[in-house]
Design a protein around this ligand. Structure first.
Ligand SMILES: [Zn+2]
Length: 333
């Protein structure tokens, strides 16, 4: 049995066939169109391309032959789709999706893919952060775990929770938005409408905004020198590098952000008592200095209640994680 995983990203739609061991056996991708009709066309053609070798699409009369064995469609366990926003996992309706993919809001993803699928194919969908966790739960760092947290530290902060061995969705599908835990009640405005969410302080965008502010004030820092090379030079990665190279101002930005992440994570550890925490996303490229600082924060804030160190690990399903995770949604059904 195989599953088809589809990863709808802001720049590309990726799709792949995934076997029962979580291996991608075939994959393809296309640029993400900027309107609904082009999107539907693109999705259908990607799915067709991948399913042709798998599903023979028998003529209607062939399906009725008694004793003919399982129809070819039976090799396809189902289709999983991952997308940003808030999705209804069973109906695959996109409930909330601000940003470049706004035209998908209100759409039922299963209906969009239907022309390319054999009748009766199961289609499930979930948001990209939960999809990443589904992949880790099926074949990665959370395999065999019943309690786990995952945070994706990128331009924003994504999150997902496994509780009692299952992905936590909450009453309305919002559960797991760990980037929107408030860490400063009077902090900066967040895209979600709240103030002082974790991702307004610890995220690539937040850290870069702090660095721009430092450079704008003309502070004596490598960040100011970098800004003179152009805005593209002042990346989150550059801020971390300057900080760990000894630039005091960059260090101040990184330490403040890391403390906020540590404080949020400490609260989450006491709420969920997970066996492990998986930290993914581009900022984890900062490596051991970041992980060591976090472990220090967590030990200070949680040791009396938890009485143990919760391992912080990186994702094991890394390459093509969006496709593999989406396929894992099918396995989890
Ligand atoms: Zn927020």
């Amino acid at each position: 049995m195989i599953a088809l995983g589809i990863d709808i990203g802001g720049t590309r739609i990726k799709a792949g066939l995934v076997d029962e061991q979580g291996r991608v056996t075939a994959s393809s991708s296309a640029p993400t169109p900027d309107n609904l009709s082009a999107f539907r066309e693109s999705l259908v053609s990607l799915v067709r391309e991948l399913l042709v070798p798998v599903v023979a699409f028998p003529a209607p009369e062939a399906r009725q032959v008694p004793g003919a064995g399982a129809p070819p469609a039976a090799r396809l366990a189902g289709v999983g789709v991952g997308c940003k926003g808030i999705l209804h996992p069973a109906t695959t309706k996109v409930e909330v999706l601000p940003g470049t993919l706004w035209f998908l809001e209100g759409q039922v993803l299963a209906d969009l893919a239907a022309p390319a699928l054999p009748a009766g194919t199961m289609v499930v969908a979930d948001n990209d952060a939960r999809v990443a966790m589904a992949g880790e739960l099926a074949w990665g760092a959370a395999k065999g775990r019943s309690e786990a947290l995952m945070l994706t530290l990128g331009t924003g902060v994504g999150g997902a929770i496994v509780a009692g061995g299952k992905l936590l969705r909450g009453a309305t599908g919002v559960a797991g938005h760990l980037g929107h835990v408030t860490v400063d009640p009077d902090g900066p405005a967040c895209i979600c409408g709240n103030h002082g969410c974790l991702e307004t302080i610890f995220s690539a965008h937040a850290i870069e905004a702090e660095a721009f502010s430092v450079a704008h004030r003309g502070c004596d820092s490598r960040l100011t020198a970098l800004a003179r090379q152009g805005p593209a030079a002042l990346t989150c990665r550059a801020v971390f590098e300057a900080a760990y190279d000894g630039d005091a101002i960059a260090r101040g930005i990184v330490d403040r952000a890391t403390r906020a992440l540590g404080a949020a994570l400490a609260g989450l550890l006491l709420v969920f008592d997970p066996e492990i925490v998986i930290l993914g996303g581009q900022i984890t490229d900062a490596g051991e200095p970041l992980f060591a600082a976090l472990r220090g924060e967590l030990a200070l804030r949680t040791k009396r209640m938890l009485r143990r160190e919760v391992p912080i690990v990186t994702p094991q399903v890394a390459a093509q994680a969006g496709i593999i995770g989406a396929a894992a949604l099918v396995k989890g059904r």
